[in-house]
Design a protein. Structure first.
Lengths: 115, 114
């Protein structure tokens, strides 16, 4: 079975600093997608960034970037210049692949940005 | 841009009652997914539909059923509700032919079973 592991239940960072959230996954698929979702107190699931496994170049979206290590099955999220609005639960997720593309989520990392 | 619509947003039921959750995907999206997120937990996949046919089934109790209609909206029917069914239920939609397999999530329906 495919699994996604986030080993940091909680993290804290000072405003304007950089923080990295870790994620590892396990899959036998060769082509798949990886995602980071943000869930603020409103509980809305917001896509932060996505990575296609067949692309070696790490994805970036403004202050958010990933470090994708396919061989190590690692997919970390770096948030630069952290802002108070970044405070949220962050879920790493993998597309299961195949015909259904259901998402398998990690247990989440609660990030608190301190003023 | 239009987003995924879920109704109702909040629902309170008694044990053993029945609940129906509705999901209206983004226009032209052909795939719908249902996820359940218990308190303090990550979302768990329940079931998905593609072109009105069930495409996959996850850890969905037999007391639950779902379908996708001709207008692509979907309904999750939950019977004999239990306390443990209290959760946030997300619907997400996607376009199967889309290049990024991005699932767009609705705001969720918060179900409380008393």
């Amino acid at each position: 079975a495919q699994t996604v592991t986030q080993s940091q239940p909680e993290m804290s960072v000072q405003e304007a600093e950089t923080v990295t959230l870790s994620c590892t996954y396990d899959t036998s698929e060769n082509n798949y997608y990886l995602f980071w979702y943000k869930q603020p107190p409103s509980r809305q699931m917001i896509l932060v960034i996505r990575q296609e496994a067949y692309k070696q170049q790490n994805a970036t979206e403004n202050r958010f970037s990933v470090n994708f290590q396919k061989a190590a099955k690692s997919f970390s999220l770096k948030i630069s210049d952290s802002q108070l609005g970044d405070t949220a639960m962050y879920f790493c997720a993998q597309d299961y692949g195949g015909a259904t593309n259901k998402l398998i989520f990690g247990t989440g990392t609660l990030l608190a940005v301190q003023p | 841009a239009a987003g995924v619509i879920q109704s109702p947003r909040h629902l309170i039921k008694e044990k053993r009652e029945t609940a129906t959750l509705k999901c209206y995907p983004i226009p032209r999206h052909d795939t719908v997914y249902w996820y359940q997120q218990g308190p303090g937990q990550d979302p768990q996949f329940l079931i998905s539909f593609y072109e009105k046919m069930q495409s996959d089934k996850g850890s969905i109790p037999d007391r639950f059923s779902a379908q996708q209609f001709s207008d692509y909206h979907s309904e999750l029917n939950m019977s004999s509700l239990e306390l443990g069914d209290s959760a946030l239920y997300f619907c997400a939609s996607s376009l199967a032919s889309g290049s990024y397999n991005e699932q767009f999530f609705g705001p969720g329906t918060r179900l409380t079973v008393l």
